[in-house]
Design a protein around this ligand. Structure first.
Ligand code: FE2
Ligand code: FE2
Length: 248
């Protein structure tokens, strides 16, 4: 059964633990005049997540659905949600709308450019384009400017059934998960490109107070430092070819 926790004022983490994959899938519902859902979840989890959302809002009142990149856990159940909440718009990157989403939903998404913002009532969200971070040409994240919550998708991915939110180190946990994945079919989770450090610096400059993380615990504490540390960890694990070349 999905577990719901308010991780920041009016931001609810709806978590489903997949025992087989030893992985939590977290979906974030922002309660405001115009409710927003970040991550639709997998189609196979839709009934469970929708039931959890229905305890927080009337599902038909959902006005915004957003996600980082085109992948099943990010947006697999998008059409199911649009069926239940026809007034909702779909907020994604411009490239995401063009190459994946418009065709998938059979209507126009609402593409946002980097830095573009919108209000849901009390809250104001800024779209941050982060190509290939965590992965995907179309990737981006959403930053809520009032309470300073960064909806950061697969960044800080941790395995296991974790507590909803922690003030403790999540980079170490993410490093352990990434190292474990390097040995199997989930290897090369994050492409370390020339843009990676730049994207993570841009997110750190927002000075978030809370990181709303898709897999594992959310984090509260020095988020700018965590984002800087995440860059170092990604470079060590995924940037090794480039470093080897640079050192001759
Ligand atoms: Fe992903
Ligand atoms: Fe994910």
């Amino acid at each position: 059964m999905a577990k719901t926790t308010e991780i920041a004022p009016n931001i609810y983490r709806i978590s489903v633990f997949d025992q087989q994959g030893d992985l939590q899938f977290n979906h974030f519902l922002v309660k405001d005049d115009e409710p927003l859902l970040f991550h639709t979840g997998l189609r196979g989890m839709h009934a469970e997540i929708r039931e959890a959302v229905s305890k927080l809002i009337n599902v038909a009142d959902l006005r915004h659905i957003s996600f980082s990149h085109f992948e099943s856990d990010e947006c697999g159940a998008l059409n199911d949600w649009l069926g239940a909440a026809p007034k909702a718009d779909v907020i994604c990157s411009q490239v995401g709308a063009r190459v994946c989403v418009n065709d998938f939903i059979g209507r126009e998404a609402r593409p946002l450019a980097d830095g573009e913002s919108f209000s849901t009532g009390k809250f104001r969200f800024r779209y941050c384009q982060t190509p290939h971070l965590p992965h995907g040409w179309d990737a981006g994240v959403l930053f809520e400017e009032t309470e300073k919550t960064l909806l950061c998708s697969d960044l800080f991915h941790q395995t296991g059934d974790r507590e909803p939110i922690t003030p403790h180190d999540v980079v170490g946990r993410a490093a352990e998960a990434m190292r474990g994945y390097q040995a199997g079919i989930l290897a090369e989770y994050v492409p370390y490109t020339p843009l990676t450090a730049q994207n993570l610096k841009k997110l750190a400059a927002l000075q978030p107070k809370t990181l709303a993380i898709m897999h594992g615990s959310s984090f509260t504490g020095d988020c700018a430092r965590a984002l800087d540390d995440l860059n170092v960890m990604y470079r060590e694990i995924f940037g090794r070819e480039k470093r080897a070349g640079a050192s001759g």
